[in-house]
Design a protein around this ligand. Structure first.
Ligand SMILES: Cc1cc2nc3c(=O)[nH]c(=O)nc-3n(C[C@H](O)[C@H](O)[C@H](O)COP(=O)(O)O)c2cc1C
Length: 197
């Protein structure tokens, strides 16, 4: 059973045409949101609203894909959902689409919210993606997207696997290695979540 039985799920409004202009997040601010079991938004913090340009009324009850950017490969979200549905947390670089069509990059930690050991929803905590990582990540995503266009999800999954095995890293090791060079992301988020929870 959903933890948010009264949440009215709604269709997201049509997404804007993307504009190739980036918004860079403040170094010290977090974007936080929560969702029900299907990714429909149940809470958004002020910074989320400030950055994505949608207000509370526009966000609550709508799926997180309201800010989905067409440059994001589907495999990234498959990986995310496989992990969180299995009760694990996941870190991911995500390019998001604002209401005005501009984009912003985040490094997100998404994890299940549990009650009596049962998953009742999900949280996402996001910080500014470290700049040095974006050149590589956006190139990887571009190739995954291209693989998907030609050969579907199987092709992008294979490409991702071969990319990681060349680096001799798992997906987690890859992301963690990347963000550990940037800042103490884990500790930073943990401290914040203690206040939030
Ligand atoms: C807690 C949580 C946060 C999410 N945050 C984002 C996000 O910031 N951007 C995004 O594109 N998708 C996010 N998603 C995934 C979306 O729900 C969705 O699966 C994704 O945008 C792909 O949408 P599509 O299936 O319509 O292509 C999040 C999911 C959860 C559970």
């Amino acid at each position: 059973m959903d933890y948010y039985p009264n949440l009215k799920r709604r269709q997201a409004p049509p997404r804007p045409n993307p504009i190739n202009e980036e918004i860079i997040l403040n170094k010290k601010d977090f974007i936080v949101s929560r969702s029900d079991l299907k990714g429909y938004i149940t809470y958004a913090n002020d910074y989320f609203k400030e950055i994505c340009l949608y207000n509370t009324d526009e966000l609550i009850g709508v799926n997180h894909n309201i800010i989905r950017h067409p440059d994001m490969p589907r495999i990234a979200f498959k990986l995310l959902w496989d992990r969180i549905k299995a009760g694990e947390k996941v870190f991911a670089f995500v390019k998001n689409l604002r209401k005005d069509g501009r984009f912003y990059w985040v490094l997100a930690e998404v994890e299940p919210a549990k009650k009596n050991g049962k998953i009742v929803g999900y949280y996402s905590f996001r910080v500014r993606a470290p700049r040095f990582a974006l050149k590589e990540i956006s190139e990887v995503y571009k190739q995954l997207l291209e693989a998907e266009k030609n050969g579907g999800m199987k092709a992008s999954q294979d490409l991702l696997n071969s990319y990681l095995s060349k680096k001799k890293l798992t997906y987690d090791q890859y992301v963690q290695k990347t963000f550990k060079r940037g800042f103490g992301f884990g500790g930073f988020l943990r401290g914040f979540k203690n206040i939030f929870n």
